[in-house]
Design a protein around this ligand. Structure first.
Ligand SMILES: [Zn+2]
Length: 159
């Protein structure tokens, strides 16, 4: 079956930035830093929200952002993946062009259009209800939440 026109548009409005968010515990075990100390969950969250806001501001230069989602999964193909959907496909295109070949925190940015259209199908519902017991290796996307304050600050203008 050929994709409907709507799917094609969504395809072009959305970018995937692969492995961009680095969990502080990604090289050790979940919740433990490289020195073997337990990480304070609030510090992980603060660190995450700083990254989220920074990236949001950077991407906003190219157009209005409809959604910005970051995977908390640990499996290689999902770890640190960032999905950003722009309101206009031209803006996604501009962001793609400007991010290609750039570096973030000393690592090259890997960015491309994303074919993932149905987030509801791919997202872990248990994680959203805080009851997923498969942790970082769950096969469904664990989209890390941001605080209500940050959401209002970043998206409040549009929503
Ligand atoms: Zn899950």
């Amino acid at each position: 079956m050929l994709p409907a026109r709507k799917d094609w548009r969504e395809f072009c409005q959305q970018l995937l930035l692969s492995n961009m968010y680095q969990r502080p515990d990604m090289l050790t075990n979940p919740g433990v830093d490289p020195q073997g100390q337990a990480l304070d969950p609030r510090k992980i969250q603060d660190n995450f929200e700083d990254f989220y806001e920074d990236l949001f501001e950077e991407l906003s230069k190219y157009g209005q952002i409809e959604s910005l989602d970051i995977c908390d999964n640990l499996a290689d193909h999902m770890v640190g993946n960032v999905y950003v959907r722009f309101r206009e496909e031209e803006h996604a295109q501009a962001a793609l062009q400007n991010f290609t070949g750039r570096f973030y925190a000393g690592r090259p940015i890997i960015v491309d259009f994303s074919p993932l259209t149905d987030f509801r199908e791919a997202t872990c519902r248990q994680y959203e209800e805080n009851v997923c017991n498969r942790g970082g290796y769950c096969n469904f996307m664990h989209l890390k939440k941001i605080s209500r304050e940050l959401r209002r600050r970043l998206f409040g203008r549009n929503k």
